[in-house]
Structures are given as C-alpha cells and as structure tokens.
Write a new protein. Sequence first.
Lengths: 128, 93
Amino acid sequence: MSWAGPEDIYLSTSLASYLDRKILVLLRDGRKLMGTLRSFDQFANAVLEGACERVIVGEQYCDIPLGLYVIRGENVVLIGDLDTEREELPPHMIRVSETEIKRAQKVEREASELRGTMRKRMEFLDFD
Amino acid sequence: QLFFSYFKDLVGQEVTVELKNDLAIRGTLHSVDQYLNIKLENTRVVDQDKYPHMLSVRNCFIRGSVVRYVQLPPDGVDVDLLHDAARREARGG
C-alpha cells in the first residue's frame, strides 16, 4: 500500500482505519481469529493482540485464547471490523468448553472423511 | 493497472465479492488498491446462516489474492468504454 495523497485519504484501502480496534481475521485454512489490530504492512501481515480463535461446530462455539499473534499476510482471506454494538453471533448458539469443542470438531472431521471415502467407493463402482 | 482504474470508477457501487473459499459478501465498494485488495462497507454475507461468525462485521478488507469474482450491477458498467480501454492496453503492451 503506497502512501496516500491528501485526496486519496477517503479512497485508501489501508488497514490503518482498523488499528486498535477489535477485528475478525479469516484465514485460508478456515480458522477465525479475533483480536485487537496493533500493526500491519503492505502484505497484510498483521499483529493481533489478545488474539483468540473462535471455533464453531454446528450450534456450538468456543473462544480459545492465543495471546499475541503475528499473522503472515498470504494466509489472510478477510479482515473484518467487528461492530461492538451488534451481537457477534446469533443468539441461539451455545458456548462450550475447549475440550467439548475439540471433541465436536473431531466428530465433524471424521464424518466428512467418512463421506469422502464413501463417495470415492461409489465413484469406483462407476454407475452409468 | 487497467482493472485498478476500472474499480476506482466503481467506488460507491453495490457489489458482491465471491471469494475462493466460496464465501460471498455483498457491500458498497469503499476502496481498491493496486493489488486489487478491496474494502467493502455495509457488508452482509449472502448465506448468513452458514457463516454466523460474520454477523457483526459491517466493514471489511478483502485481500485481492482470495477473490474469485466481483459481481457488478449490470448497468454499472460501460462495456464499450472498457472494451476500448482493453484494446488500447493490449496494443500498448
């Protein structure tokens, strides 16, 4: 991101407007990190203070604290400004413990793996 | 540089950005840069129930490298102007 001229201030794609705010970072591997943006650069590398990972499985969620994080920009999908006046999550979602959400993640992962292998077996049979 | 200039002219329009991870976000185009990073305002996710974590996100920065499509209003584009610009760009190299 080049330095903005005076007339470009309103057009800038700079992350400066998100500094010191609570943000949501979506990563390429599907993870969702939340924290306060402390620093960034032209590659969208970012420093997140008080970071936590929000894990969502179905209707359950859990925030796992991570501390101070440096995120490499190539992994960043999206950086969202969290509106503090709005609910971050739909009200019907249930907050669970870390062990509980990890168990739920494992179940979900095994279910999708099973679906994947079953599909491969069906494709092998090659019905016309 | 052609698409950068093109998107600069679209600032203020409602667009839907579809990402490579299949997430689609509708919003007002706030700004764009040379990498085609996009900043959207007044965002709402197309399939909100599938992405509950995005509920309170109203403005976002999208890295250009993860964009699959940018869906535009059909009358938001002067196709002939764009066509001419592309031909000029191709000739100029």
